[in-house]
Design a protein around this ligand. Sequence first.
Ligand code: C2E
Ligand code: MG
Length: 318
Amino acid sequence: PFNLNGEIAYVSMSMGIALYPHNGFHISSLIKNADIAMYKSKDTGKNKFTMFCHSMEEELSRNSLILEVLRHAIVNKEIYVKYQPQYNISSKKINGFLALMRINNSKLGNISPAEFIPIAEESGLITDLGEWILREACNFNRSLLDQGYTPYIVSVNISTVQMNHPGFVDMVDNILKETKLPPRYLELEITESTLVSSLFNATVLLSNLQDLGVRVSLDDFGTGYSSLNYLTTIPINTLKMDKSFIDNISKNDKDACIADAIIQLAHSIDVDVIAEGVEHEEQLIVLKQKKCDIVQGYIFSKPLLPSALMNLLVNEGQ
Ligand code: C2E
Ligand code: MG
């Protein structure tokens, strides 16, 4: 530690190593590859060293290809939405659906969100892509209302990068006005880590969103912070219990007890609970016992194209 006028500063070091001749014959290629390995050290926890290997170079060039695809995805119409229905656990009726971004490129094919979302976030492109999907989802939900469907809540994932972007609340407000979707039928999904560690002023931002009349759900609950105290201080409507946690709910008594406690606490402060990634009947039975409100998972439906979702909604209404 360095003492800088009474402030203690800690310095750590991330190293990348490239070896001659395996990783390059020339100084320039050795330094370039050592640099790639150094960034790997930073990305995977910092304060360590990483040896270069050729797969890192491939990863880097795939990332640049994806970046190019993302840059033109809207203009090239390579971005589209799938909607995953969310079911009320007791009535087994659809309560709403989550909009999920999809990218299909002529050369790279379907790229998974797990791969492209981090690249979109790092490059800042998520701001435009996120605005696109929000508008698309609001338009779609509005068109369902216009066609006489029962009202549903559409949820949209919002990245930390978007939320920290100046004018975020105005952007949401403008889209609601433009699409004429009543705000109560829109839910913004933010992750717990966004809320706890990355937001400049989380409470104020969430209050501003709630003033617009939109709903807010807290995603990935149960994976990291599980900060129960936050639940009582921030304005949220829904809490989403993470899949990794739901996975063992029927096999592990401790997980079932924690789910029980989370659901009870959420209900006591008027917050609904959604279980994510429910795949098996046994999980559903436990969740029903624990009085979980809503279920999203392959057990009921995978994410669907808008037309397939509409068919499902029509059949459900009959
Ligand atoms: P998420 O918001 O937690 O979305 C749920 C993910 O779990 C989706 O993956 C969905 O297909 C998958 N899933 C749902 N039910 C099941 C199940 O029963 N079993 C399993 N194994 N998986 C299930 P997807 O579409 O690949 O999206 C992954 C993540 O990418 C999302 O997680 C979200 O964090 C992010 N993402 C997707 N679309 C957007 C977007 O428009 N904006 C932002 N910022 N992030 C997005
Ligand atoms: Mg999410």
